[in-house]
Design a protein around this ligand. Structure first.
Ligand code: AHR
Length: 495
């Protein structure tokens, strides 16, 4: 059986760095993500620091999230930033038409977001409004945030209490311009992009990293048209989105109730990320053979029916071990494409879609997905290592997949990091690992697992799925045998 499941790692052959930004996040003005999840306001009874929820802030600090995208999503293309600055009592209110038709009081605006990013030590990534905004509006927002000299916008910022510019780098020019961002054709958007990007200026020493709005899923024509029509020196990043939907968009599966066949369907669909990245990258290679433009995969994750009894516009869903597997497989795939993928952002941070954190009025839980991001920390900024994996298959009903999924990297201190997913719901698998090109002496491992593929954490039982130390392996010279429990994600570190 050992020969059936075999991993060979070429520990001396890495060349590409896995950007830590692949482990990024996304918080939109949607449901209880910002309001209630991150921001409760300084007068709230919920323990907070100047309006930011303390528990959530600490969980994000602990996770060392590298970046946070804001304010949308679809919301970005109807957001007018000037409504969200100045005295909160004087800020105009608006309707959040995309997400539940609720009133947005603009109490969380530019200052609140950028100061939050600073407190949790993450890089902000802002998406500007192309769909219902103007070139002038976007250009002034950048001046407001980044200009250090004397100008109408920099002076306004100072009057609003922020002396120094924030010097932010990542800037998105619209969101899903093929859909909620304006229903544009790729030809039309390419021209719009050129116009908006022209007036998105660099100030001082901060060079903006400008991100063009990319294709929906498998729309390869969008990529082709954009790369044909936008000069390479006008864009740094190209955004892509892909959601894992079980069933169909019209009739999505549930977050916590599913059988093994549906489980495999979800994971198979998540793994299509590999095909999608390969095909978009192939088109980009034609126009950009030196791989100057990075793929910014700024929305990904599972999308199920909302939890019964919750607002359908709020996209609140639970998160099980199945989601942990989706996260682990997706992150393994992003790592594999690290030469082209410069950033990825899970949708979304708190209380929305494949959230890493769920909150109620008084409490917070960490989801299985949070624990996978925690487990995968060693991959951040490590060097991708080539490997060869032979895995047995698992099948239920008409679904079939390889049971194991792997990513390998090397840290600066020479430690080899192996993330391994065993998606099999009930079979322990012995994996034989050959570490070519190193003398292994020391092995440590951690695991995320739970009794069942549909196990999840609740406010009553917070630790059904959690991270733990793992010891069921044996090192014999350059051969390592790992007994992978069923339904588990591991990080094995060899030195
Ligand atoms: O993440 C939820 C929504 O999905 C985003 O607002 C939008 O960009 C995408 O369609």
């Amino acid at each position: 059986a050992s020969a059936q499941n075999r991993l060979i790692i070429n520990t001396d052959q890495g060349k590409t760095t896995i950007s830590r930004h692949i482990y990024g996040h996304f918080a939109e003005h949607l449901g209880r993500n910002i309001y209630g999840g991150i921001w409760v306001g300084p007068d709230s009874k919920i323990p907070n620091e100047d309006g930011y929820r303390k528990d959530v802030m600490q969980a994000l600090i602990d996770l060392e999230i590298p970046n946070l995208r804001w304010p949308g999503g679809c919301f970005a293309d109807e957001y007018h930033w000037t409504d969200g600055i100045g005295n909160p009592a004087d800020r105009p209110k608006m309707v959040n038409t995309h997400w539940g038709g609720v009133t947005e009081d603009n109490s969380f605006g530019t200052h609140e977001f950028l100061n939050f990013a600073k407190r949790i030590g993450t890089e902000p990534y802002i998406t500007g409004n192309v769909g219902s905004g103007s070139v002038e509006e976007m250009s002034k927002w950048i001046e407001y945030i980044n200009f250090d000299g004397v100008s109408p916008m920099a002076d306004l910022r100072r009057r609003n209490g922020q002396e120094e510019p924030w010097n932010i780098k990542y800037w998105g020019v619209g969101n899903e311009s093929w859909g909620c961002g304006g229903n544009m054709t790729p030809e039309y958007y390419a021209n719009e992009y050129r116009r908006y990007a022209t007036f998105a200026r660099d100030y001082g020493g901060t060079k903006l990293y400008k991100i063009a709005g990319g294709a929906n899923n498998f729309d390869y024509n969008w990529t082709e048209v954009l790369f044909k029509n936008i000069p390479l020196n006008m864009m740094d990043g190209y955004s892509l989105h892909y959601y894992t939907v079980t069933g169909t968009w019209e009739n999505k599966g549930q977050a916590t109730v599913f059988d093994k066949e549906e489980y495999l369907e979800t994971l198979r669909k998540a793994a299509r990320l590999d095909e999608l990245l390969t095909r978009h990258s192939t088109i980009m290679d034609k126009y950009d053979p030196e791989k100057k433009v990075g793929i910014i995969f700024d929305e990904w994750g599972t999308w199920y029916q909302v939890e019964p009894g919750t607002n359908p516009g709020f996209l609140y869903q639970q998160n099980t071990m199945r989601d942990a597997h989706v996260a682990a497989i997706s992150l393994n795939i992003f790592n594999k494409h690290a030469e082209r993928v410069h950033m990825a952002n899970l949708a979304q941070t708190v209380n929305v879609l494949q959230a890493i954190i769920l909150t109620n009025e008084t409490d917070m839980i960490l989801t299985p997905t949070y624990h996978v991001f925690d487990l995968y920390k060693p991959h951040k900024d490590a060097t991708l290592l080539p490997h060869h994996l032979v895995s047995e298959e698992v099948s239920f009903g008409k679904e079939k997949m390889e049971a194991l999924n792997v990513s390998t990297s090397k840290s600066d201190d020479g430690t080899v990091n192996i993330s391994i997913v065993n998606i099999h719901p009930d079979k322990k698998i012995a994996l034989e690992v050959v570490l070519r090109g190193m003398e292994a002496k020391n092995v440590r491992a951690e695991i995320v697992t739970a009794p069942s593929i549909d196990s999840y954490n609740t406010f009553e039982k917070k630790n059904t799925v959690k991270k733990a130390e793992f010891k069921d392996f044996k090192l014999n010279k350059d051969n390592l045998t790992i007994n992978l429990p069923a339904n588990s994600v591991l990080m094995v570190r060899v030195k």
